[in-house]
Design a protein around this ligand. Structure first.
Ligand code: NAI
Ligand code: MG
Length: 485
């Protein structure tokens, strides 16, 4: 892979060429650990998006990509997966510096990114259509066809993983992609695009356009010649993106975050549960759509669980990305202000524990100490809204019915964790939870490429990951043939 300084001079990638934004404007990107400028990125607008969509359309209709069979597409995806694996350390350094996450977490993210390309490389030639029973002397085939040009708007919390999660299944099905990374974290998507070029993806199959959400993002969402949109981000922008897509009758998947509950029953194995529960909120400094941000504790064990969480929380330390503290800085000063604002008016008696910010951390970085809050009721703002920071709230419940009511009582429905040794209860509760994924005696915030993932209610719709993603990125054509008597 090319050196970092060269990557940082890179620009948009359209039709296999690196180019500047049409308007020649730039945006700055910062290192969250220090607040220093890391790179200048093209501030693209509708002209750049239009050029990228045209390149993708040409590649889809007439380009080399359109001649590839599923085996060839799969091999290319797998080759990119291998190339990512070979560059894990270099990519992880870029990701950690650009997002503030600890280096060891960035390394794990790169392994997951490579895995997306391995998984969908293997799946590309294993997902096909079917035939249907119909009238005598008729044959009905359901062909699985690509959609065409797919648009992808990516968030800043897991830029590399999101590149894999959303692009790999789209490419596996034969689509051509135009993607816009978040203005706050573009550097690994740029580096990964460079690797895809080296791996040999044909011109126009992968197009990258950087820029602000309201300019480049909005232009992609409303472009009349895209066939599908994949969006991950805030519910507000998700609504906007869907409204734009609807004007062109383009369907979309929306992944809009959550307020995911961890439900601890009194018979739970706490030694197993608590380290996982803590990790599920401090991973990525709480900036994870599926962060376990509410812990629901049965009343008999409430004080005991809170006591153990307090001990663990007060020892957590936020610090610079290159020194592998428990968590890093938040992504931007704006995100830090958002999290700070959520806790501004909190009654100090509800603050059960606060972790620390390391003295090694720059005062210009966007650090926020991990904070444990409770007990609060289900109608408290911190029990309802997604803070997207390292803030865990504790709620009390008396029995299974109340636990389910509280768990289902927010506007979100992304994932849930259940901690109990009672097998019947595990199944009963799992079936009653209104969300897209349930973990029983385990928790995988974002984990598992194989596992279909997505939300209910305000968490969005559509499913990513696993073989389900291949359905989203394809469509059925029904071919009815009368073959004679
Ligand atoms: P956002 O929703 O504004 O950004 C996500 C993506 O959408 C970025 O690529 C951005 O450039 C793009 N975007 C922004 N405005 C757009 C527009 N008008 N048209 C098209 N694309 C647009 O999220 P933001 O403001 O960075 O974060 C605010 C909150 O959103 C966070 O605190 C968190 O609660 C939530 N969020 C959830 C994520 C998740 O993984 N579900 C990821 C990022 C944010
Ligand atoms: Mg925004």
């Amino acid at each position: 892979m090319t050196g970092r300084s060269e990557i940082f001079r890179q620009h948009n990638f359209i039709d296999n060429k690196w180019c500047q934004a049409a308007g020649g404007k730039h945006i700055n990107t910062y290192c969250p650990s220090t607040g220093k400028i890391l790179a200048l990125l093209p501030a693209s607008d509708h002209r750049d998006i239009d050029q990228a969509v045209k390149a993708a359309r040409e590649a889809f209709d007439n380009g080399e990509w359109s001649t590839y069979n599923p085996v060839q597409r799969g091999r290319l995806l797998a080759r990119l997966g291998k190339a990512i694996e070979n560059e894990i350390n270099q990519l992880a350094k870029i990701e950690a510096e650009d997002t503030g996450k600890p280096l060891k977490q960035a390394q794990a993210d790169m392994i997951a990114t490579a895995r997306y390309f391995e998984f969908y490389g293997g799946a590309a030639d294993k997902f096909g259509g079917e035939t249907l029973p119909y009238l005598n002397n008729y044959q009905v085939q359901l062909l699985r066809e690509p959609l065409g040009v797919t648009g992808h708007i990516i968030p800043w919390n897991y830029p590399a993983q999101m590149f894999g999660r959303t692009l790999a299944p789209a490419l596996a099905m034969g689509n051509c992609v135009v993607f816009k990374p978040a203005e706050d974290a573009c550097l690994t998507p740029i580096a990964l695009t460079k690797l895809s070029q080296e791996a040999g993806f044909p011109a126009g199959s992968i197009n990258l356009v950087t820029g602000l959400g309201e300019e480049a993002g909005a232009a992609l969402a409303s472009h009349p010649d895209i066939n599908f949109l994949s969006f991950t981000g805030s519910p507000e922008i998700g609504s906007f993106v869907q409204s734009q897509a609807s004007k062109n009758h383009v369907s979309c998947t929306l992944e809009l975050g959550g307020k995911s509950p961890q439900i601890i029953f009194s018979d739970a194995n706490l030694d197993m549960a608590l380290p996982i529960i803590i990790n599920a909120i401090i991973q990525n400094a709480g900036q994870t759509c599926s962060a376990g941000s509410r812990v629901l504790i049965q009343e008999e064990i409430f004080d005991k669980v809170v006591g153990e969480l307090q001990n663990k929380f007060s020892n957590l330390i936020a610090g610079p990305h290159d020194q592998n503290f428990d968590l890093g800085a938040l992504i931007t000063s704006k995100q830090k202000a958002r999290v700070t604002n959520y806790l501004k008016n909190i009654d100090e008696s509800l603050v059960l524990a606060r972790g620390k910010v390391s003295p090694l951390a720059s005062s210009d970085g966007y650090y926020f100490p991990p904070t444990l809050i409770g007990p609060i009721n289900a109608d408290h703002i911190l029990a309802r809204e997604e803070v997207f920071g390292p803030v865990l709230v504790c709620l009390k419940f008396s029995d299974e019915t109340e636990a389910i009511k509280i768990a289902n009582g927010t506007r979100y429905g992304l994932i849930s964790g259940i901690w109990t040794r009672d097998g019947s209860r595990q199944t009963r509760v799992a079936r009653k939870l209104n969300c897209g994924q349930v973990f029983i005696n385990c928790y995988g915030a974002g984990g598992g490429v194989e596992l279909p993932f997505g939300g209910t209610k305000m968490s969005g719709h559509g499913r990513e990951k696993g073989m389900e993603a291949l359905k989203e990125f394809s469509q059925v054509k029904t071919v009815v043939q009368y073959y004679g008597d």
